[in-house]
Design a protein around this ligand. Structure first.
Ligand SMILES: [Zn+2]
Length: 258
């Protein structure tokens, strides 16, 4: 079964350090490939709570080197490689996260089958799962990419942290879109998507369903379901607020809307 398991739905400093929402990113299982995406703090704990065997991971994928996206990457690598006793799996991350100010510890790098620096607009493969990177996002000085994953007969996009820019919707056309919805209101000084940005984006790229995650404190306080309802009403497209521990069966989601 192709699915997403949310190990966390929080983002940004205040939510990460208070853990009012967990910040473990999510696990993707598509075409029998198990991938940990943006394992921020809490990913390992949450995986254990959700009974996901992370020693089965085929890869770890990091969109950028901010802590709420990679705090648990090293423990994930330990788990994936059984503490280095089984050299396997892949780690994908922007060059900045591997070289300039690395987030993957050197002594763990030999444990991994392959460490792959990612660049914009390229195709990559982890076991049977292919994915494409986006153009560089607008996210301060953090080298950041989003992704389109190719299922059998559908596409799934993941739009991590970015300020809004025009080309986003063109790239992210897909059947299902996971969108980092960090801020309630627009603030042009902050490179993050706000609710009005997410509404514009969904109206433009028209996914069949949108899954919102990576909520900041304002959205947490406003109520994530209330925000998702507002986005659904404004766009006419089903928007689901992810919850810590939520499991989404991707094919079921696509059949339930037709
Ligand atoms: Zn970030």
């Amino acid at each position: 079964m192709d699915r997403i398991v949310f190990l966390g739905t929080g983002g940004a400093r205040n939510v990460m350090t208070s853990q009012v929402l967990s910040t473990g990113g999510f696990i993707l299982e598509i075409k029998k490939t198990l991938l940990s995406v943006d394992p921020g703090p809490g990913a390992v704990l949450r995986a254990a709570q959700e009974k996901i065997d992370i020693s089965r991971l085929d890869g770890v994928l990091i969109s950028h080197r901010h802590l709420d996206h990679c705090g648990d990457v090293n423990v994930m690598i330990e788990a994936m490689t059984r503490g280095g006793f089984k050299k396997k799996g892949m780690v994908f991350a922007p060059r900045q996260a591997l070289k300039d100010d690395p987030v993957v510890l050197n002594y763990l790098r030999n444990y991994v089958g392959n460490i792959q620096p990612i660049e914009g607009l390229k195709l990559y493969r982890c076991s049977d799962l292919e994915f494409k990177t986006s153009m560089p996002h607008k996210h301060g000085d953090a080298e950041t990419y989003g992704f389109i994953f190719y299922g059998d007969d559908y596409t799934l996009s993941y739009i991590p942290d970015t300020g809004y820019f025009n080309k986003l919707s063109e790239f992210y056309r897909s059947d299902i879109s996971i969108i980092s919805t960090l801020m309630l209101r627009r603030n042009k000084n902050v490179d993050h998507l706000s609710v009005p940005d997410v509404i514009s984006l969904i109206k433009e790229h028209k996914p069949r369903a949108a899954i919102l995650t990576h909520f900041g404190m304002q959205i947490y306080k406003a109520g994530v379901d209330i925000v998702a309802d507002k986005i659904s009403q404004a766009t006419g497209i089903k928007a689901i607020a992810a919850k810590d521990g939520l499991v989404i069966n991707l094919k079921e989601l696509l059949t339930s809307d037709s």
